[in-house]
Ligand binder design. Structure first.
Ligand SMILES: *[C@@H]1O[C@H](CO)[C@@H](O)[C@H](O)[C@H]1NC(C)=O
Ligand SMILES: *[C@@H]1O[C@H](CO)[C@@H](O)[C@H](O)[C@H]1NC(C)=O
Ligand SMILES: *[C@@H]1O[C@H](CO)[C@@H](O)[C@H](O)[C@H]1NC(C)=O
Ligand SMILES: *[C@@H]1O[C@H](CO)[C@@H](O)[C@H](O)[C@H]1NC(C)=O
Ligand SMILES: CC(=O)N[C@H]1CO[C@H](CO)[C@@H](O)[C@@H]1O
Length: 246
């Protein structure tokens, strides 16, 4: 419980890092950090992302800007899953599962840049059996959950799985098309180092939620360099920012 309390404190306090710490409890500053954990937070009505941009590294051409508008900014908290290939003795990806917080109201805050670091510290410190969804629901003050990220069968019928962002049970409940299944168009090793999963750009192959999805600011998620034959599947905790454009 200590970890959750601390995580909740982070959600309240993170954007205050660049400003004097607000008094605890109400009032909620308009445009301020407490929106992240307010039940009434609505990224569409409270925090326009119409002119928001994504900061891509300038020394690369793998990830490219899109001319469409940012619709959602999410903080993903979850695990990258791997199985051991007993021939190559390396871990291969078997997908990922993550819960996406709505951080749209934080995009213009100075502390947005370090959100993933604090979140990753809290996530890695949370007790082993806890899922991201449990972590979020235990925050008490009901942060807005955008939806879930997970993998589904490739819609083309080809072998393998495809990443999906599914907001049909949360921020877009009732809209059965509020999802996007993506195909990777860009894959950049994380600028922060080999233990962080790659930054990605994906295009829509199915669903109405977005035309382009980015995964950036990753922390963690990479498997050990090798495995031994018969090693069980593993889950590696990670955090990332997800930006959905349409
Ligand atoms: C976005 O930019 C346009 C053009 O500069 C401006 O008219 C509009 O008010 C801006 N919208 C928001 C929400 O900032
Ligand atoms: C991946 O991990 C999640 C828990 O984080 C689990 O629910 C899911 O079943 C795992 N998926 C695979 C393919 O191992
Ligand atoms: C496992 O590794 C072998 C040898 O590198 C490779 O041929 C095979 O495609 C891998 N299997 C999977 C499922 O990636
Ligand atoms: C690109 O810039 C980032 C910092 O923004 C740096 O960490 C990275 O090493 C650079 N990559 C290359 C290939 O120069
Ligand atoms: C936290 C917050 O400011 N929530 C507001 C979001 O916008 C709606 C109206 O669109 C208000 O009712 C909420 O209070």
């Amino acid at each position: 419980m200590l970890a959750f309390a601390t995580f909740a404190t982070f959600l309240l306090a993170a954007p205050a890092l660049a400003a004097p710490l607000a008094p605890s409890g109400p009032p909620i500053t308009p445009g301020g950090p407490a929106k992240l954990i307010s039940p009434s937070t609505n990224c569409r009505t409270n925090c326009s992302l119409a002119n928001a941009t994504i900061a891509l590294p300038t020394n690369q051409t793998v990830l490219t800007a899109t001319t469409t508008a940012m619709k959602f900014a999410g903080l993903g908290v979850g695990t990258q899953n791997y199985t051991c290939n007993s021939t190559s003795l390396t871990y291969i990806s078997s997908g990922a599962v993550a819960e996406l917080f709505d951080v749209s109201c934080l995009v213009s805050q100075p502390s947005f840049a370090s959100l993933q670091d604090t979140a990753f510290t809290m996530w890695t410190a949370s007790p082993a059996p806890e899922t991201p969804a449990a972590l979020i629901t235990k925050l008490g003050t009901s942060p807005t959950v955008l939806g879930q990220h997970y993998f589904v069968a490739n819609p083309s019928g080809a072998a393998g799985t495809s990443p999906k962002w599914d907001f049909t049970s949360n921020v877009d409940a009732g809209n059965t098309n509020a999802f996007v299944i993506g195909a990777k168009t860009g894959d950049l090793p994380a600028p922060t180092g080999a233990s962080d999963v790659d930054w990605l750009q994906l295009k829509n192959v199915e669903g109405d939620l977005a035309t382009t999805v980015y995964r950036t600011d990753t922390r963690g998620g990479q498997p050990p360099a090798s495995c031994t034959a018969g090693s069980p599947a593993i889950e590696v905790k990670y955090v990332a920012k997800y930006f959905l454009f349409k």
